[in-house]
Design a protein around this ligand. Structure first.
Ligand code: TYD
Length: 211
């Protein structure tokens, strides 16, 4: 039996890590995952050993030259291809569940709406990298751009986070559009932590019921 594939998307500072940890604790404490199966937590970029090297090429701020935007897109696609082949597909085929911090939606939002690269090109690369593997459910943790900036004020910024407010606003608009087109579950991530957690849990229960 195929496992479930859950993805979290959102702009930087939207609280994905916290919610992924909460959801994973809850899933482990319930019997929603079949007894002989496991839960795997992963992320993009950097979900594999090769991907960790790609992540540092993409996000390191110490390099004197940044990748140009097409190179950046190809690196995210390469990271995804390895991730799908090494982790996501084998995990799902075993019937195990997987939660990924970011997936294809991030490329459409950051490289498509942020960098303004051709959406058709992004989707072609997406098809090559995913080979038809798509999430069963995607959560968009939605926060205003100002809140994202406020939450990250004391954090060291990576190369993408350094792009600034206008870039982030475009990415945010991208996530809004994608969330509507692709029927993601949009969760207001400025609500209390308890409300966010319980909304996510109820969507997961619905997902299992409708399988
Ligand atoms: P993330 O791991 O969420 O950063 P952190 O762990 O520091 O919170 O994401 C890394 C950055 O990569 C983030 O700014 C978004 C960006 N990104 C893209 O631009 N395109 C993509 O396809 C993906 C997956 C991420």
């Amino acid at each position: 039996m195929k496992g479930k594939f859950i993805v979290f998307e959102g702009i930087d500072g939207s609280g994905k890590t916290t919610q992924i940890n909460q959801l994973s604790k809850w899933l482990i404490s319930t019997n929603l995952i079949p007894e002989n199966n496991q839960l795997v937590i992963t992320r993009e970029p950097g979900g594999t050993e090769l991907g960790k090297s790609i992540r540092s090429l993409l996000l390191d701020t110490s390099k004197t030259k940044s990748p140009d935007s097409i190179t950046e897109l190809l690196l995210y696609a390469a990271d995804r291809s390895q991730h799908v082949n090494e982790i996501i597909r084998p995990t799902l085929n075993k019937g195990d569940w997987i939660i990924s911090d970011r997936f294809c939606g991030s490329t459409l939002a950051y490289q498509g709406y942020g960098r303004k690269l051709d959406i058709k090109l992004i989707k072609d690369l997406e098809n090559i990298a995913t080979q038809g593997i798509y999430p069963d459910i995607t959560f968009l943790l939605d926060i205003p751009v100002e809140e994202s900036i406020k939450r990250r004020i004391n954090r060291k910024e990576d190369r993408i986070e350094k792009e600034g407010r206008e870039f982030l606003s475009n990415v945010s608009l991208g996530f809004q559009a994608l969330s509507e087109d692709s029927k993601w579950k949009k969760i207001s991530a400025i609500n209390s932590k308890e409300n966010i957690i319980s909304e996510i849990q109820s969507e997961i229960k619905k997902l299992i019921k409708n399988k």
